[in-house]
Design a protein around this ligand. Structure first.
Ligand SMILES: [Zn+2]
Length: 277
C-alpha cells in the first residue's frame, strides 16, 4: 500500500471514529473478489442467454424451467463462494459498534451500523452469522435491496422462505412449490422491470439520512435507487467515503476515495476500530 493510500485510510479512519451512525452501501465489486460472477459484458453469458433475458417476470412466465435452471446453477455456484476479508471486516465492524451501544435494543431504533447491499449472494449475511457465532449476539444482518438468491418467494401469494437446498430444474414437477397455496416458487430477487421492496428501501434511506458517514464499497453507485443512498447521507449533513479500485461518478462527492479492493482496504480501514476509545 502506497503512502497516499495510507494517508487516505487514516483520514477515513478519523471520520469513522467520530461517526455515531454509519451506513454502508456495497455492490458487485466486493462479491467479485469472492468469485461471484458479475453478469456484465462478456462474462455475463450463461449458455447463450444474457441476464436481461432471464431475470424478468416475463421470462419466468414463459419458461420457469429455464429461469430456475439458471438460478439453480447460480445458487450452487454462490453456495461455494466464501465471504472475503472485506465482508468479514464489515461484519466485525457492525458487531463491534452494536456492542458499544448498549441501548440500541428497542425495535425501530436505527443500529449504529446499517449495511445495505445490492448483492444477492448472501455473503454479507454469512459473514455476519460467522462473526456472531452460534451463541453470540444477534448478527447484524444486511438490508438486501435486490433480495437474496438464498430465498424463494411464491409467485402467487408472495410467501417467502429461506432456501439454500439445491434445485432440481430438470422437470416442472421438481421445482419448488409454495407450502401455503401450491403455486410455483420463484427466486426472491428483484428482476428487471420490478420495483424494489418499499419497506427495505425505506429502512435503507432512513439509515442513510441519519448517518454521519456513508461508506460506499465496490459499486459505481450509478443505478437508482441505490445510488441515492449516499446522496441521502450528504443531504442529511454526513460525508461519503468510497472504497473502489476505480474512479466512479461518486468520487467527486466523496470526502475520501480509497483506491483499492475491498478485501485489502476494508481490513486496513476497520481493523483497529475496536481500540478507538
Ligand atoms: Zn403461495
Amino acid at each position: 500500500m502506497g503512502e497516499d493510500l495510507g494517508e487516505d485510510i487514516s483520514r477515513a479512519r478519523d471520520l469513522l471514529a467520530r461517526a455515531r451512525r454509519v451506513v454502508v452501501l456495497t455492490g458487485a465489486g466486493i462479491s467479485a473478489e469472492s468469485g461471484v460472477p458479475t453478469f456484465r459484458g462478456e462474462e455475463g453469458l450463461w449458455k447463450t442467454y444474457r441476464a436481461e433475458d432471464l431475470a424478468t417476470p416475463e421470462a419466468f412466465a414463459r419458461d420457469p424451467l429455464l429461469v430456475w435452471e439458471w438460478y439453480a446453477w447460480r445458487r450452487d455456484h454462490m453456495s461455494r463462494c466464501l465471504p472475503n476479508a472485506g465482508h468479514v471486516a464489515l461484519a466485525k465492524f457492525a458487531l463491534g459498534r452494536a456492542a458499544e451501544t448498549p441501548a440500541s435494543g428497542p425495535t425501530g431504533v436505527i443500529s449504529p451500523v446499517v449495511l445495505v447491499t445490492q448483492n444477492v449472494d448472501g455473503l454479507h449475511e454469512r459473514a455476519a452469522r460467522d462473526a456472531s457465532g452460534p451463541s453470540g449476539p444477534a448478527p447484524a444482518l444486511p438490508l438486501e435491496l435486490h433480495g437474496s438468491i438464498f430465498r424463494d418467494r411464491c409467485s402467487r401469494c408472495g410467501r417467502s422462505t429461506p432456501a439454500d437446498a439445491p434445485i432440481d430444474a430438470s422437470r416442472l414437477e421438481t421445482l419448488p412449490r409454495c407450502g401455503s397455496c401450491g403455486a410455483l416458487m420463484r427466486p426472491a430477487v428483484v428482476w428487471f422491470g420490478e420495483a424494489l421492496e418499499a419497506a427495505v428501501l425505506a429502512r435503507a434511506f432512513a439509515a442513510a439520512r441519519a448517518a454521519d458517514v456513508c461508506l460506499v464499497v465496490g459499486t459505481s453507485a450509478l443505478v437508482h435507487p441505490a445510488a441515492s443512498v449516499p446522496i441521502a447521507t450528504l443531504q442529511g449533513g454526513g460525508v461519503v467515503l468510497e472504497v473502489n479500485p476505480e474512479e466512479t461518478p461518486l468520487s467527486d462527492l466523496a470526502a475520501v476515495s480509497i483506491r483499492g479492493n475491498a478485501g485489502d482496504a476494508l481490513p486496513a480501514l476497520l481493523a483497529r476500530e475496536g481500540l478507538r476509545r
